[in-house]
Design a protein around this ligand. Structure first.
Ligand code: ADP
Ligand code: MG
Length: 159
């Protein structure tokens, strides 16, 4: 299977990151997972929060799951799992959290996905956030067929 070329998006400020979260919320479906990569302060939680608030259609409080590991939300047509695996020490704990089952049925947004080991879904969308000037660069790759193209189209449309 030929993979789609990665998509590199420049997020000049926080509001650009918020818009990317909304774009993702419009195109992701149950069974899709987003692996949010990048160091502390890269903007992983900010992006996930924007996604969840847009999908819920209200400014719900979206705390970082760094202590609870997982927070779940019931959006119309989809359950959303927001996970922060920084504190996991073994991939077995992924099963204990029920994340492996959630990958099949929910939309999962996962911070520190390197902790998943082999349990990372093969068709997950990867978004690596890195500092770029005062903003961030979002390098998007993978995902189910057609997903990157849909993100690219939705991102460009309201520019
Ligand atoms: N595109 C951007 N440009 C500048 N600052 C941003 C951008 N996106 C997010 N931020 C800011 O960066 C910080 C990221 O924090 P957070 O999302 O908690 O990071 P992480 O979850 O990766 O540790 C927040 O203060 C947020 O407002
Ligand atoms: Mg975070």
């Amino acid at each position: 299977m030929s993979s789609q070329p990665p998509l590199s998006l420049f997020l000049a400020d926080e509001s650009a990151s918020t818009r990317l979260g909304a774009v993702l919320a419009d195109v992701l479906q149950p069974g899709d997972a987003v692996l949010l990569r990048g160091g502390i302060g890269a903007g992983k939680t900010h992006l996930a929060r924007a996604f969840i608030q847009h999908r819920l259609g209200r400014m719900e409080d979206v705390p970082s799951p760094s202590f609870t590991l997982v927070q779940t939300y019931d959006a119309a047509g989809a359950e959303i799992w927001h996970a922060d695996l920084y504190r996991l020490s073994h991939p077995d704990e992924v099963m204990e959290l029920g994340l492996d089952a959630a990958f099949d049925s929910a939309i999962c947004l996962v911070e520190w996905p390197d902790r998943l080991g082999d349990l990372a879904p093969a068709t997950a969308l990867n978004i690596a956030l890195s500092p770029s000037g005062d903003g961030r660069l979002a390098a998007c790759s993978g995902g189910r067929p057609g997903l990157l193209a849909a993100i690219s189209a939705a991102w460009g449309q309201d520019d």
